[in-house]
Write a protein that binds this ligand. Structure first.
Ligand code: AMP
Length: 184
C-alpha cells in the first residue's frame, strides 16, 4: 500500500496517516516531522529549514527533495508507505513521479482531505504547535492554496485521487477512509 495524503494544514492528514500506517504496518513519512526533528537536533538541514517553517513558508525544494529521496531508499519502506505533507507543490509531485519510476514503485492512491477553512483555523489554534499562531496559520493556508492545491489537479489527471470529508470526527474519517481504501 502506497498512499499520498493531501490537504490543508489541520485537515487531519497526520492523525489519519498514523492510524492507517499502524493498521497496514507501513511507515508514516511526514516531511514536517522529519524537518521538526532536524530543527530539534540542530542539523545543517534543520538550521536552514527553521526560518521557513517559523514563517509558515515552504522549505526550498532543493532541501526537501534530497530528504525524500533518502527516506524512500531506506529498507523499511519496501512494503509500502504513507506520505504526509509531501508533495507540497507541483514540482515536488513531478519529482516524486520520476523518483518512483526510478525505484520501480507506484503510488496506489492520493487521498485528498477536505475541510472548510474556519474549521482548519480552529483546529490549528487548538493544537498549539510553534507555527500554530493565527498569523502563521493564515499564511500557511495561503501557501496551501497557491502552491499545494494545484497538486490535487496533478493527481486528478492520472485519475489517482480520492476525496474524503475531513470535517467529521477522527473515528468517522478513519472509517470513511478505510472504505475508500478497500476500493483501491
Ligand atoms: P507540516 O507538519 O506538514 O504542517 O509541515 C510544517 C512545515 O514544514 C511547513 O509549514 C513547511 O514549512 C515545512 N514543510 C513540510 N513539508 C514540506 C514540503 N514537502 N515542502 C516544503 N516545506 C515543507
Amino acid at each position: 500500500m502506497r498512499l499520498i495524503f493531501l490537504g490543508p494544514p489541520g485537515a487531519g492528514k497526520g492523525t489519519q496517516a498514523q492510524r492507517i500506517a499502524e493498521q497496514f504496518e507501513i511507515p508514516h513519512i511526514s516531511t514536517g516531522d522529519i524537518l521538526r526533528q532536524a530543527v530539534a537536533n540542530e542539523t545543517p538541514l534543520g538550521q536552514k529549514a527553521k526560518e521557513y517553517m517559523d514563517r509558515g513558508d515552504l522549505v526550498p525544494d532543493e532541501l526537501i527533495l534530497s530528504m525524500v529521496r533518502e527516506r524512500l531508499s531506506e529498507s523499511d519502506v519496501q512494503p509500502g508507505w504513507i506520505l504526509d505533507g509531501f508533495p507540497r507543490n507541483v514540482s515536488q509531485a513531478e519529482f516524486l513521479d520520476k523518483l518512483l519510476q526510478e525505484i520501480q514503485q507506484a503510488c496506489d492512491r492520493a487521498v485528498n482531505f477536505e475541510v472548510p477553512d474556519e474549521m482548519l483555523v480552529k483546529r490549528l489554534l487548538g493544537r498549539g504547535r510553534k507555527d500554530d499562531n493565527e498569523v502563521t496559520i493564515r499564511h500557511r493556508l495561503e501557501v496551501y492554496r497557491a502552491a499545494t492545491a494545484p497538486v490535487i489537479d496533478f493527481y486528478r489527471q492520472g485519475d489517482r485521487i480520492v476525496s474524503i470529508d475531513g470535517s467529521q470526527s477522527i473515528d468517522h474519517v478513519t472509517q470513511t477512509l478505510a472504505i475508500a481504501l478497500e476500493r483501491t
